[in-house]
Every structure is written in structure tokens, then in C-alpha cells.
Design a protein around this ligand. Structure first.
Ligand code: NOJ
Ligand code: NOJ
Length: 430
């Protein structure tokens, strides 16, 4: 099936299946289960990170939708999520703060052993809720927007006071300081400062901006000049110790989820350089990438041992990361087009070369003939990643967590909510 035909079909299936995982039967309103799978693996929990990313997509859909019935449905789901988040914030948990990674589907604290805290959660939740609050404000529903203020501020305060503390990464494996966590925390401070200013809380705004400034300096330390890629973790204090390369696709997800304007933005040559290294690494590592479509199935990091069931197997390409790479190229194309200029430096020359463009250092302006063909090429490259996902997903559109590195068959948690959200988000950027 041609891509153009597949995309709208996969879009409606994704939306439908994603919705099945929001407050499904037997769970509290506002719960987003990570997957309906309740054993091998058991993903029947509300993960703060997954839920924030999924609800961010729902806020986008709410903003976009013209259909009153659908709009009401989105709005309902978002308010349920707001209320459930408020409950999570005030439920005593083992980590004792909003960095608690996951909750039972009835809202009770999960008290078993786990990699905690995971401090990307409150930052992502704040970003999603700020987007929602702004939507309400633009619809002149100031009073309703006001109900969000305390919930958002709770997370912002936590981030602003605890970001220097080591925590577990988004893959729940390493305790230390993570690029992914820090860049979403950074953006929560930037967006948070603008948001609290709207309601006249200028003291808080200033404090958040001060933290953001400091975070920026720490983020810079993740750049490894010698290897030409962004290091995912610094100052490791615990958790797995075999991620020797420190090369992780989570840095690209961080760039996408934070969507900053300046530091490590999509068009930062350091990000492009890191992305190329990830692409080359996973292309060589996974057998499925040696045949079939051109697009590369992308995994978490080369040393990964989590196969979707246990951590004594071997890692595979992930659907949500491969979709993320599609999104990256779409967004880069858009960004360059808006700017009307492409900065070529020794850091991103190979990135462009990989796309078939030999460019010399300096500014490529939109008047240049090459500019237009490069933009088209970026879009086409994004499509290749979609084609890769399409190749391994069956006609029923079911999206699990992973694609087996040898056979390409889907494996790990089925109907992973985040997989669907990542497809829909990437598609909207296309
Ligand atoms: C489950 C986690 O969610 C996954 O990311 C991790 O790799 C394994 N447990 C092993 O810790
Ligand atoms: C494992 C992933 O590593 C983690 O990022 C995610 O939050 C959980 N699975 C739930 O989907």
C-alpha cells in the first residue's frame, strides 16, 4: 500500500486504539494505561511520562478539531486527566514527590521496587497542562484555566527546586543526570515562566528563568566534542552500567519533546550530528535494517538488553523512536523553511552529505536552488521512517513497543499508547 494511502488509515486506527487506553474499563477516570497488556509485560499502570505525552497529543487534537462531538470528547478526557494528575500529586508515594514514575490504575501508589524518582514526569506534565491552560485562555475561559494553576505550579516548583538531584532516566534504568530529563525540565521553566507571568506571578517567573539559565549551562556539558554527539547521561550514580557509548536516541526525543527555541533546538548542528550517529549505529546494528525499506528502525541505545519482556535479552528498534525520527525530519524541514536559511558548519556537513548534499560551510539562503531541494529531501527522509514502521505493522494497524531486530515482527507491550501518540504527533508535523 502506498504511504499516502496508509497514513490516513493508520491515523484513524491509532486514534481509536489510543482512546481505548484512556480510562479503560476497571480504571479511574483520567488514567492513561501504558498498554492493555497486564502480564509479560505488565504495563497496566498510569505512567506519568507516557500519560503526559499522550495527553499533549490530545490537547493538540482538541485545538485542531472542528467536530463539536469530538471536541467535547477530547475536552472531557483532558479534564479527567487533570483531576487524576491532581490526585497523583497528593498521594503519598515511596519517592515522596511528583517524580514518582507510575501509579496503579485506581490511583493508588505503586510501592514495589522501581527506578525512582524520574523527574522528567512533572516537567512533561507541566508542559502539557500549560498548553491546555493557554488553549482555555485563548477561548476566554479564564475561570476554567484558573483551576489548572495550582496543579501546574506544583510541578514547576518541584522542577525548579530539585533539578540538580540525580534521578532515573526515561528508560527507568540509570540514575544520574540526563540530557532528556534536563531539556524537558529546561523548557518547563521557560514555558512556565511565561505562563505564570500571565497571571501576574512575576516573582516565580523570575525564579524559573534563573533556573533555566543555569540548566542551559549544564545542558551544554552533555555535548561531546570529540565524539560529535550529545551524551545521554553524566554523573551516573546508580542503575545499569553497560551503556558504554552513552549514545542514546532519547536525546532526539528530548529535542522533540522540549521543542526549545534556542539551546539544542531541532536545527542545532550538534543535534543533527547526534542524529546521524544514531542512524548509522542502528543501521549497522539491526539485521532488519539491512533489507526492506530505506528507513532505519531506531532503538533506544546500542547496548540495550530490554526486549520488551525482560532485560536479559537484546534490544530492538522501537516504533515510538522510529516515528520520532520521522517527526524530526519533518520538523527540521519546517524550521528551515520558516527561517529561510540553513547554517552549514563542520558539525552538520556529514548530516547533509548523508542526504546526498555536499554543502560548503556558511549560510544557505532560501533563494538558493539547493535550498528547496534540500527541504524536499528532508521531508522525503522523514517519510522513509514512516515507511519502515508501515513495513512492520500489520494491516490491522496494531502498534506494539518494539520491532524484532531479526524478523521485524512486533514484540513487547501490545497497543502501546505512546506508540500511537508518536505516530499521530509525527503525522501532524508532516
Ligand atoms: C522495564 C522498563 O520500563 C524498561 O525501560 C527497562 O529497560 C526494564 N524494565 C529493565 O529495567
Ligand atoms: C518502558 C519505557 O522504557 C519507559 O520509557 C516507559 O515509560 C514504560 N515502558 C511504559 O511505557
Amino acid at each position: 500500500m502506498p504511504l499516502e494511502k496508509w497514513m490516513p488509515l493508520q491515523e484513524s486506527i491509532s486514534l481509536k486504539n489510543l482512546f481505548k487506553n484512556i480510562s479503560p474499563l476497571g480504571t479511574s477516570p483520567g488514567v492513561v494505561v501504558a498498554s492493555p497488556s497486564q502480564q509479560n509485560p505488565d504495563y497496566w499502570y498510569h505512567w506519568v511520562r507516557d500519560a503526559a505525552l499522550v495527553m499533549d497529543l490530545i490537547v493538540d487534537q482538541y485545538l485542531k478539531s472542528q467536530n463539536p462531538e469530538l471536541k467535547a470528547r477530547y475536552l472531557n478526557a483532558i479534564w479527567d486527566y487533570v483531576n487524576f494528575s491532581h490526585l497523583n500529586q497528593h498521594t503519598p508515594t515511596p519517592s515522596g514527590g511528583p517524580g514518582e514514575p507510575k501509579f496503579h490504575v485506581d490511583g493508588k501508589a505503586f510501592v514495589g521496587p522501581w527506578g525512582r524518582p524520574q523527574n522528567d514526569g512533572p516537567a512533561l506534565r507541566a508542559l502539557t497542562l500549560i498548553k491546555f491552560a493557554r488553549a482555555l485562555i485563548s477561548e476566554t475561559k479564564a475561570e476554567e484555566a484558573w483551576r489548572l494553576f495550582g496543579i501546574i505550579k506544583y510541578d514547576l516548583e518541584f522542577v525548579s527546586h530539585h533539578w540538580t538531584e540525580p534521578c532515573f532516566d526515561l528508560w527507568e534504568e540509570i540514575k544520574g543526570q540526563h540530557f532528556y530529563t534536563l531539556i524537558v525540565q529546561y523548557q518547563s521553566m521557560i514555558s512556565g515562566a511565561a505562563y505564570v507571568s500571565l497571571v501576574g506571578d512575576s516573582g516565580a517567573a523570575q525564579w524559573y528563568l534563573e533556573q533555566a539559565k543555569k540548566m542551559e549551562n549544564v545542558l551544554e556539558r552533555h555535548w561531546d566534542k570529540r565524539n560529535s554527539y550529545i551524551l545521554s547521561t553524566l554523573n551516573r550514580v546508580g542503575g545499569i552500567d553497560y551503556k558504554k557509548s552513552n549514545l542514546d536516541a532519547s536525546v532526539i526525543l528530548g529535542v522533540l519533546h522540549a521543542n526549545t527555541d534556542s539551546v539544542f533546538a531541532v536545527d542545532d548542528p550538534r543535534v543533527e550530528s547526534s542524529l546521524l550517529r544514531l542512524k548509522q549505529t542502528f543501521k549497522a546494528l539491526y539485521s532488519i535494517n539491512q533489507s526492506g525499506p530505506e528507513g532505519v528502525g531506531i532503538g533506544r541505545y546500542p547496548e540495550d538488553k530490554y526486549d520488551g519482556y525482560s532485560s536479559s535479552g537484546e534490544g530492538n528498534p522501537w516504533i515510538l523512536i522510529t516515528n520520532g525520527f520521522a517527526e524530526y525530519y519533518y520538523r527540521l524541514a519546517k524550521r528551515y523553511q520558516e527561517r529561510g536559511m540553513i547554517l552549514v558548519t563542520p558539525l552538520n556537513q556529514s548530516f547533509f552529505k548523508d542526504l546526498g548534499f555536499n554543502l560548503s560551510n556558511g549560510n544557505l539562503k532560501k533563494e538558493d536552488r539547493v535550498f528547496k531541494s534540500l527541504i524536499e529531501r528532508l521531508r522525503a527522509e522523514g517519510d522513509q521512517y514512516f515507511i519502515r514502521v508501515k513495513y512492520h505493522v500489520d494491516s490491522d494497524g496494531q502498534m506494539s513497543e518494539q520491532m524484532n531486530r531479526w524478523s521485524g515482527f512486533l514484540q513487547g507491550a501490545r497497543d502501546l499508547t505512546w506508540s500511537y501518540a508518536s505516530f499521530l504527533t509525527a503525522l501532524s508535523h508532516r
